[in-house]
Design a protein around this ligand. Structure first.
Ligand code: GTP
Ligand code: MG
Length: 429
């Protein structure tokens, strides 16, 4: 048995290093620990060829760690890799100190930050899913502890209960989330009906998404120099757009090896990314690891099915990185990447133009003619809210004025092969 310190989680970091482990992993993990509110009182690195089944690292390192716990009075050990439940428990036993791995730490940060009803439900769901995979004998020694990193939210009380109770709660949360997501769906439909295109900002945590969002929309959503400052998506109208009304959405940041429970739980929130007409992938150009991180974000986008949406890469923080103002175009002449400083506003005019360019090239806004055999397609177009006017032509066919992203039209064309939706412009007779 061991007691937890009353306040301030004084933590030691255990950092196992493999040959493939990048130098950024420890830096980022330290950031994560600080973002969770921990005070770091020591770091032990442990070079390894492969993980040890019992402790992940060698028993010598664990002895060393136990000594340091005693010496520093640390109340928490943070491990920069993913541990199995057994490894976690074994280290806890030897060091007489609570042990958290990377996934649990990230879940805890989310639990601290969640503000909205939906966000809280999503985090609780992710935590319960995580816990339910780690119910092993030996948790009882943690029962008396209260609060602190990794124990906020449902963690501790649920640990004492059995899988059945957790299962019930998970079903309850799923049902509530479904209800919230139906409401979200309604507002999305309204948005589609108003036909204002949606531009969603995505990117690695701390890249400057919220700062750029504020600059583009004149809002003041919270921005902070810490990881996962934003959890809840916000949608606002963009200012100074000459191509009509455009909406922008700020979203939760990504991080490498995001626990999959979190991706699953935040699926509804990430919907804002999946249903965007255009993504702005915000990249911190002053971050030495931005290339790897850019790649990680693209992997997540792919996994949530948002990789087919047109994207502009926005290299942010050029005031810090010293990068020059640049704009690149793809083979079709559409803007593919540019550099800005969300803080000083440099490059933002160009970004607005690029967004207008991109939205104009990616939309179908014209009359189409549908025959009697297209009744289902017609119903679907109305369902999507993309029809602004309908007339009956002299030959009896339907003339519909539609406004929708090219991608939607392509999707419909695949879904209704052989339809008479002609993509050439038509004028109503
Ligand atoms: N120097 C500089 N700092 C910036 C710029 N844009 C954002 N920042 C700073 O970077 C930090 C993170 O900015 P946020 O806008 O909160 O980043 P975010 O991507 O929304 O982060 P999460 O919501 O945590 O994922 C803040 O301290 C900002 O002030 C920029 O163009 N230049
Ligand atoms: Mg943010």
């Amino acid at each position: 048995m061991f007691e937890r310190a009353e306040r301030g989680d004084c933590a030691l970091i255990l950092h196992p290093v493999f040959r493939t482990t990048g130098a950024d992993v420890l830096d980022e993990f330290r950031e994560l620990a600080l973002s969770a509110g921990a005070e770091i009182s020591g770091i032990i690195t442990a070079p390894r060829d492969k993980p040890d089944a019992r402790y992940f690292v060698g028993s010598g390192k664990i002895e060393e760690l136990a000594g340091l716990v005693e010496q520093t009075g640390a109340s928490l050990i943070l491990v920069s890799q993913s541990l199995s439940a057994i490894q976690e428990r074994n280290i806890e036993k030897i060091c007489q100190c609570r042990v958290l791995d990377r996934a649990t730490l990230i879940l805890d940060i989310f639990a601290q930050r969640a503000q909205s009803y939906e966000g809280k439900l999503q985090v609780e769901l992710a935590q319960l899913r995580h816990i339910s995979t780690r119910l092993v004998r030996g948790w009882s020694h943690l029962e008396r502890q209260k609060g602190g990193i990794g124990l906020r939210g449902p963690g501790e009380t649920q640990l004492e209960t059995d899988r059945r109770l957790i299962g019930t709660r998970i079903r309850q949360l799923n049902a509530r989330l479904e209800k919230v997501s139906r409401q979200r769906e309604q507002s999305r439909r309204q948005r589609v009906r108003s036909r204002a295109p949606l531009v969603t900002l995505v990117g690695y945590t701390n890249a400057g998404k919220s700062t750029l969002f504020n600059t583009l929309t004149g809002s003041s959503v919270g921005t902070q120099d810490r990881l996962f400052a934003t959890l809840d998506p916000t949608v606002r109208r963009m200012l100074d757009m000459h191509c009509g009304e455009v909406l922008a959405a700020d979203t939760v940041g990504f991080v490498s090896d995001l626990p999959h429970e979190l991706i699953a739980a935040f699926r509804a929130t990430l919907q804002e990314a999946r249903e965007a007409d255009l993504l702005l992938h915000v990249i911190d150009s002053s971050d030495p690891y931005h290339q790897e991180r850019q790649h990680d974000v693209e992997t997540v986008l792919e996994s949530i099915g948002a990789d087919k949406i047109p994207v502009i890469r926005v290299f942010n923080k050029i005031d810090r990185s010293g990068q020059k103002l640049t704009l690149h175009r793809d083979k079709r002449g559409r803007p593919s990447s540019l550099s800005v400083s969300a803080l000083t506003g440099e490059g933002v005019v160009q970004l607005r133009e690029a967004i207008s360019d991109m939205l104009a090239s990616g939309r179908i806004n014209r009359w189409v003619e549908l025959q009697g055999c297209d009744a289902r397609l017609r119903a679907q177009l109305f369902e999507l809210g993309v029809v602004s006017e309908e007339r009956i032509a002299e030959n009896g066919s339907w003339m519909l004025h539609i406004d929708m992203p090219v991608e939607t039209a392509e999707r419909l064309a695949r879904k209704y092969p052989g339809n008479s939706l002609k993509l050439e412009g038509l004028n109503p007779s």
